[in-house]
Structures are given as structure tokens and as C-alpha cells.
Ligand binder design. Structure first.
Ligand code: COA
Length: 335
């Protein structure tokens, strides 16, 4: 017979620690000018990106995820052995299996933790955060580590100027626990449109198109994107998702202290700000320094804001993401 959770009432789940890791190697727009037909001016005006971080060849997604997780553990004084569950959002896992979460579990010594990967492309971190919240809210687990980690440089076609200028590597982590008296995660909105799988994808490497010499010659083992279509979809989906989530949380845009948007393109963020009618001062932006790090964007931005002392208890924060699938996700939480 299954045992019932100790508490029938849903418990709140709060982010109690954050961490981030960025590889030390900086690739500027000027560096890209040397390898493809592009310019700093084009990249900056079309995207807002000035530079991005690129991991060393031997530096894996799990290495970056583990470093981010260790920082969150150190910050909070939480023992790795008290982690109940690790969820890693990534679309660039070390290996198809075992999961990157298992690699990280071993690297950080979280020997008691269950571990799995979750894949929702750039929306992955919020999908993972919401999944983690279910376990804490049900009383099933006390401490859940949620990581967004990506080595996108490993799936980028460095001959394709339409995509290679946009992405970077990095990792971010948060630890979720019930904190008595705190409201934590207030609402979420998750969505997907599987009719749009083709406009942002990595065609080869799965069972649909195993890696062959022909696949390698045609460079189908690299990310492909129809930038304009993704752009248009992103603006409306992020906006709709943010509004749904605010409604579920019973908040208005003017109640928000911070909005942490997916860091794909400054113009997308500006369009979302305009539609929500929120000043850009409330938006956390770091894409100028890191580009789009997919599932790592949001936890990195959250960590940097926290470290700068800009997250105060009670602050209402909207996070909103968009990615391949297509997928989108929003959360409203009280810090
Ligand atoms: N450097 C110089 N020129 C480039 C270039 C680059 N890196 N990349 C594309 N171009 C060229 C194109 O070839 C095109 O030339 P053409 O008019 O001669 O054909 C021209 O610039 C305009 O391209 P276009 O696609 O219209 O630019 P855009 O304003 O739509 O911006 C993106 C392109 C990719 C920056 C933009 O569409 C975007 O950000 N899309 C969403 C991306 C995204 O969010 N992805 C991740 C989602 S998780």
C-alpha cells in the first residue's frame, strides 16, 4: 500500500540558493568576424549580443552544471548528501544516456539523490523548476536541485552565420526547499506547439536520423533555425504565457519587481516589455555578455541579480522562457 504524504496541504516551495558557472574563454563579435562573414555592428543591432563564453573542448555540460550546483550548495551550507532529487534541464547532455543529472550527482557527491534530465530546449529550466516544485509541494522531497546547463558550442554549425553568433555556454543552479512562512512559487504556465518542431531543431543524432557519414557531410548534426519565424512566435508566446501566469498568480505587471526573460534577443525582450507595458528597468538582461545559453539563461541571470544584492525578500519575480519544440514557460515567485 502506498503511504500518504505527511501533510495533505500543499507546501510552498522557495528558491533558497543560487549558483552559476561561465567558462573563462570569451568569444567577442570581433572574434566571430574572423571566422564568418559577419560584423560586430550586425550582431549588436540585430540581437544585443557583444560576447559569449565558450567551454574548453574537455569541459562538459556536467562539469559546468556541477560547478554551478557547488556554488549554490556552498552559499546555503546545504550538504550534498541531503539533496533528494536533481533535475537537469539541457539540450546538450554529455551523453544521450546516462543522463547528465547522473554525471552531476556523482561529481557533487549527492549520493542520496534521484536524478534525471528534462528536455524542453530553452524553456527547460522553468519546466524543471515547476517539476521540482511538485515534489516539494507534495511533501515528497525536502531538497531539490534544479540545474540548467548547456554546451551549445558543441551543436553549433560554426559555418552558419544565421545561428553561430547567437549562442554561448554556461550553467546555473537553484536549490528548492519549503521555507516556512514564505510563499515561494505562486503560479506557472507551461505550453508547447508540436506542430512547429521544424523551425528550431537538431535534426540528427536521434533514432530518426542516426549519425552517418552523409549526415556529417550535410552538417545535420548541428542546430538549425528559421530565425524570423522563431522571432515572431517567441514574442507572442512569451507575452501570452506571461499574462496567463500573472493572472493565475493574481498579480498585475506593475506588482513585479523583476522580470527575468529568456536571453535570446534584446529586441524580443523589448517587444515583450512593450506589450506587458513594463519599463525595461525591471528586466534583467545579460545576453550582451553571454548570448543565448538556452536552459542556463534564467538561473544565471537570477544568480547574478541575487549576488548583486538586488533580490529582496518579498520581491515578485516573473520568469518567462521560450524555445525549441516549440515550448514556452512562465513562473511568478515571491523571493
Ligand atoms: N551577420 C551578418 N549578416 C547576417 C547574419 C550575421 N550573423 N545572419 C544573418 N545575416 C543576414 C541574412 O543573411 C539576411 O541577409 P539577406 O537579407 O541578404 O538575405 C539579413 O542578415 C537579414 O536577416 P534576417 O533573418 O532578416 O535578420 P533578422 O532581423 O530577422 O535577425 C535573428 C535574425 C536570428 C537575429 C532574429 O531573427 C532572431 O533573433 N530570431 C529569433 C532567434 C531566437 O530567439 N532563437 C532562439 C529561440 S530559443
Amino acid at each position: 500500500m502506498m503511504s500518504q504524504p505527511a501533510e495533505a496541504v500543499r507546501r510552498s516551495a522557495s528558491i533558497v540558493a543560487t549558483g552559476a558557472y561561465l567558462p573563462s574563454r570569451v568569444m567577442t563579435n570581433a572574434d566571430l568576424e574572423k571566422i564568418i562573414d559577419t560584423s560586430d555592428e550586425w550582431i549588436l543591432t540585430r540581437t544585443g549580443i557583444r560576447e559569449r563564453r565558450i567551454a574548453d573542448e574537455g569541459e562538459l555540460t556536467s562539469d559546468m552544471g556541477a560547478r554551478a550546483a557547488e556554488q549554490a550548495l556552498q552559499q546555503s551550507g546545504i550538504d550534498p548528501k541531503s539533496i533528494d532529487l536533481i533535475i537537469v534541464a539541457t539540450c546538450t547532455p554529455d551523453t544521450v544516456f546516462p543522463s547528465t543529472a547522473c554525471h552531476i550527482q556523482h561529481k557533487i557527491g549527492a549520493t542520496r539523490a534521484a536524478a534525471f534530465d528534462l528536455q524542453a530546449a530553452c524553456s527547460g529550466f522553468l519546466y524543471a523548476l515547476v517539476t521540482a516544485e511538485q515534489f516539494v509541494a507534495a511533501g515528497a522531497y525536502q531538497t531539490v536541485l534544479v540545474i540548467g546547463a548547456e554546451k551549445l558550442s558543441s551543436i553549433i554549425n560554426w559555418q552558419d552565420r544565421n545561428t553561430c553568433v547567437l549562442f554561448g555556454d554556461g550553467a546555473g543552479a537553484v536549490i528548492l526547499q519549503h521555507r516556512p512562512g514564505a510563499r515561494g512559487l505562486l503560479a506557472y504556465d507551461l505550453g508547447a506547439d508540436g506542430a512547429q518542431t521544424e523551425i528550431l531543431s537538431l535534426p540528427a543524432g536521434g533514432c530518426r536520423m542516426p549519425i552517418t557519414h552523409q549526415v556529417l557531410d550535410e552538417r545535420l548534426h548541428f542546430l538549425q533555425m528559421s530565425g524570423k519565424e522563431v522571432y515572431r512566435y517567441a514574442v507572442s508566446a512569451m507575452n501570452r504565457s506571461a499574462e496567463n501566469c500573472l493572472e493565475k498568480a493574481g498579480c498585475k505587471p506593475e506588482d513585479l519587481r523583476w522580470i527575468v526573460p529568456h536571453q535570446a534577443n534584446f529586441r524580443i525582450i523589448e517587444a515583450v516589455a512593450q506589450r506587458l507595458n513594463v519599463s525595461m528597468e525591471h528586466f534583467i538582461i545579460n545576453l550582451d555578455r553571454y548570448g543565448n545559453t538556452s536552459s542556463a539563461c534564467l538561473p544565471i541571470a537570477l544568480h547574478e541579480t541575487s549576488m548583486a544584492g538586488n533580490l529582496k525578500q518579498g520581491d515578485l519575480i516573473l520568469m518567462v522562457a521560450f524555445g525549441g519544440g516549440l515550448t514556452w514557460a512562465s513562473t511568478v515567485l515571491e523571493w
